[in-house]
Design a protein around this ligand. Sequence first.
Ligand code: CTP
Ligand code: MG
Length: 242
Amino acid sequence: FRTAAVIPAAGRGVRLGPGAPKALRALNGTPMLIHAVRAMAASRAVSLVVVVAPPDGEAEVKNLLAEHALPGGPPGSSWGRTEYLVVPGGESRQESVRLGLDALPPGFDAVLVHDAARPLVPVDTVDAVIEAVRDGAPAVVPALPLADTVKQVEPRADGSPEPVLATPDRATLRAVQTPQGFDHDTLVRAHATVTGSVTDDAGMIERLGLPVVVVPGHEEAFKVTRPLDLVLAEAVLARRRA
Ligand code: CTP
Ligand code: MG
C-alpha cells in the first residue's frame, strides 16, 4: 500500500502580514515548509512528498529541501528513504493541489494533502489518517471539537454590526485540519470533475456524493494563519526541544 503526500505551499500568507511567502518563513530558524515536509516524511508509510512551491519559488524550495530535509532524520524515522518532488503552484489552493496530483508518478494507492501552514502535526495523526484510508475510507479528515460557540451571521461588508441568523449545535461541529487522506483514484477524479470553489479537498469528495470520515485531530496541527500563530508555533517547538 503506497502513500504519497502533496503539500500545497504556494500561498502568499496575506493574513500573516508583509514578508516572504508564508511557507518560507522561519519557525525557530527553520522554514515552516521544512517542518511540514518532515512531519509527512516522519511517517514510515509516506514514500514520496510533492511540494507545491510558490510560483517563483521553485528553485528556492529545491535548495531548502537539499539543505534541510534529505539527510536522514533521527533513528527510526524514514526521512532518508523518502523521495521529494517540487512543482510550481497555482492561483488557488485547489489549483495548487491539482498541480501536485498531476506530478505524481503512477502506483500510489493513497494520497495525503497537507497544508505547509500546519507545520507541527504529530506523526500519530498522520498515521491515523493513512490507516483509515487503508481500511477503505475514500476520504479521511482529522478534526477537533470546537471550543468557541459558532454563530451564523449575515455578513456586512461595511463593518456595521452583523445580525445573527442562527447558532448551530456546537456538539455536531468539528474544526477540520490536515493531512486529509484519500483513495488516490477518487481524489484525482474529484479534482477532474468538481467545479466551483471548496475550501478543502474532502469537500470535493462530498460533492461526488462519497462518504468522508473524521479521525481525531491534534491541537498541534493548528494552521499558522495570523501573527499570533507564529508565537504559538515557536512555543510548541521550544517545548518539544525542552
Ligand atoms: N496554498 C497554495 N496555493 C495557493 C493558495 C494557498 O498552495 N494559491 C496553500 C498555502 O501555501 C497553505 C495552504 O494552501 O499551505 C492553506 O492556505 P492558507 O492557510 O490560506 O495560506 P495562504 O493562502 O498562504 O494564506 P492567506 O490566505 O492568508 O494569504
Ligand atoms: Mg489562503
